[in-house]
Design a protein around this ligand. Sequence first.
Ligand code: 13P
Ligand code: SF4
Length: 306
Amino acid sequence: MHRKNYIRNLKKEILELKEKRNAVILAHNYQRPEIQDIADVLGDSITLSLKAKDTNKDVIIYCGVDVQADIAKILNPEKIVLLPDINAKCPMALMLYLDDLKKAKKNNPRSETLLYTNTPTVMKAYGDCLTTSANITEVAGRMKTDTIVWASDIHMADYVAEKSGKKVIPISEEVVCPVHNQLSLEDLISAMEKYPTAEVLAHPECLSEIRKRARHLASTEGILRYCQQSDMKEFIIATENGLLYRLKKEIPNKEFYPASETAICTAMKGITLERLRDSLKEMKYQIEIPRYILDKARKAIEKSGW
Ligand code: 13P
Ligand code: SF4
């Protein structure tokens, strides 16, 4: 009871502060249940970016990782964008180095460069186009060159090459999302044996052996839409497990099972109600991006057709 009162008061405080600051709370589908519950908008990277672009609020609280909050700031340089947890840094983005990107561009002078949203801020000034998992096939398709230099996850590189028919050159062969990369075929097969009538849905950051067994590959929002529209009643979900909370809440008449119990992104889970409250109270941690990066990244987004 004591805990319940504490949470109720905390939520009330957050809602009051949100009013006072004229803020909107955006939360990624991988966020903790309590953050999903208090958010104004839930979504994948692109949904949240587009919502950030459209908002008339003064402050955007981005409950996700730093590199995604960057995009909200790039699209709204005049607004305050807050990331409630200073340590919410995408571990995959931390595997990417600007020198590798510069080298790959130099070695492939006739190729355009495609960057994933989950790349470090500084790199965002060096891409011809910028993409999320939801629009990657279309963005790659609209690029002028048949060979593309790619900065981010190597499994996404395979995925976009398969889908677009283009040659995709990753700037490093070592970059993976640790959450999707640890999701093994053994885990998936044991889930499939346990739930033989369930359909498998996967995020394109998964290994190729997982992608091959999936009925449908999509961003987190794409997975949600597929489950809403499908006639099937049971699904095995191969992505970060935060999405299952939203699926179960919004589609209560169907069953959802994780492909792996351990697919959890700790960077995403660092945002708590307390940190959200403190963020609104103290207006921290503000996303700041040097103007030259911001302008170039915005041009890359515009060129990508978002
Ligand atoms: P979405 O593009 O589906 O939001 O995925 C983002 C992400 O962090 C994948 O791991
Ligand atoms: Fe980064 Fe993977 Fe976490 Fe997404 S799930 S934020 S790509 S580490």
